[in-house]
Ligand binder design. Structure first.
Ligand code: NAD
Ligand code: MG
Length: 393
């Protein structure tokens, strides 16, 4: 199996689960963005056939490190190498855990090649959901969502399948949200929150980008769009409930009034074990849920769209359709990156996304090229707005 984004939060959890099953799971490809040292540590431990560093300037360091370690792992560099390996015979399962739109080409290649696709890279679904789901259908790929909410829904559906099996017995999906580190705060009180506060998630340990997305609730907005593509429901039948304990990972309501939920401790290894083992259940390293030990309560409240407008913006982009979700995602990636670099304040994230959506009209998303153009246009527009905001009048 291939793990793309191997050095990240999801990648690390995936490798932990794989290492528990040496008899049935074997790592053949590892890929990372630019941290060669971390990738080499993983290569020494998992001895893959191929290792890829996306940043081509680090290729020599990867070659040297593999040679010094006495490994016969083949070194590669660049995004194209990741994409090629995703569709190659080097793997039958792909863990898509690169962060951001950079994950789209390899995710798409794995879908086309009919792999089992453990899909954590939600941005690829937001950016190109229709094309990605169509590629998976045509290529015969099995998508198992590696987002706790969508994995929960996958487990609750009768045939535990994504879009192809959805029928009219499904009334509604209820995505749960922890509410992030700023739950209960007013919009005005969020003006000067720091990067440290924003990435300090109360329940989940995750990479910096998704942690900020959780603090703005954009993560839940991306997940509404993700659920739309995976399960084929319109935005009007995808609801969000804030659930601070993060133990109920989502719910599915059927037309007969039944609601099914999946519960568990907040640890992504459960979702990953579902992905690797399905339809069998395999050990994930995560213990069972003791509700009393967890406080004996499950609370729910509506999301505050005034304090966290990103969720509203995402519903709007889904309703607008076409390239609107791609514009939303690109603007958000640029804004979050600027926030993490301390170039803009927290409230500028929704403001920049809203501004970009207002400035660039959505058009039909008929091809990957159209989506790439929309993505590039939105990145350019948002980056300019960031620069302008930094320029004293
Ligand atoms: P992270 O920042 O911890 O890890 C990102 C990984 O991607 C790293 O290995 C990095 O080297 C690699 N990477 C970055 N840019 C790259 C590029 N251009 N080319 C190739 N590799 C690149 O992020 P994460 O929290 O593990 O999240 C990964 C994805 O999974 C995101 O799309 C996120 O939304 C999704 N996700 C994460 C969680 C979680 O619990 N962390 C939960 C649900 C979904
Ligand atoms: Mg999630």
């Amino acid at each position: 199996m291939a793990v793309f984004g191997a050095t990240g939060s999801i990648g690390t959890s995936a490798l932990d689960v794989i290492a528990r099953h040496p008899d049935r799971l074997r790592v053949t490809v590892l890929a990372a963005g630019r941290d060669v040292e971390a990738l080499l540590v993983l290569c020494r431990r998992h001895r893959p056939q191929h290792a890829v560093i996306a940043d081509e300037t680090r290729f020599a360091a990867l070659c040297d490190g593999l040679r010094d370690a006495g490994l016969d792992t083949r070194a590669h560099a660049g995004a194209k190498a990741i994409e090629d390996l995703a569709g190659s015979d080097a793997c039958n399962t792909v863990v898509a855990a690169i962060v951001g739109a950079a994950g789209l080409p390899s995710t798409m290649a794995a879908a086309r090649a009919g792999k089992r696709l453990l899909l954590a890279n939600k941005e690829s679904l937001v950016l190109a959901g229709e094309l990605l789901m169509a590629a998976a259908r045509e290529g015969g790929a099995t998508i198992v969502p590696i987002d706790s909410e969508h994995n929960a829904i996958f487990q609750c559906l009768p045939s535990a399948r994504t879009q192809s099996s959805i029928d009219n017995t499904l009334a509604r999906i209820i995505l749960t949200a922890s509410g992030g580190p700023f739950r209960g705060r007013t919009r005005a009180s969020l003006a000067d929150v720091t990067v440290e506060q924003a990435v300090n998630h109360p329940k989940w340990s995750m990479g910096p980008k998704i942690s900020v997305d959780s603090a703005t609730l954009m993560n839940k907005g991306l997940e509404v769009i993700e659920a739309h593509h995976l399960f084929g429901l319109p935005g009007a039948r995808i609801d969000v409930l804030v659930h601070p304990q993060s133990l109920v990972h989502s719910m599915v309501e059927f037309i007969d009034g039944s609601t099914l939920a999946q519960l568990g401790l907040p640890d992504m290894r459960t979702a990953l074990a579902v992905g690797f083992g399905w339809p069998q259940r395999i050990d994930s390293g995560v213990g069972g849920l003791d509700l009393l030990a967890e406080g004996g309560r499950l609370d729910f409240e509506p999301p505050d769209l005034d304090a966290f407008p990103c969720l509203r913006l995402a519903y709007g982009a889904l309703a607008a359709g076409g390239t609107a979700p791609a514009l939303l995602n690109a603007a958000n990636e640029v804004a979050v990156s600027a926030f993490l670099q301390r170039r803009i304040g927290f409230l500028s994230i929704p403001a920049l996304v809203e501004d970009t959506l207002a400035a660039i009209p959505a058009s039909p998303a008929t091809s990957l090229d159209a989506l790439h153009d929309a993505d590039a246009h939105a990145r350019h527009h948002t980056a300019q707005a960031v620069a302008a905001a930094r320029t004293p009048a």
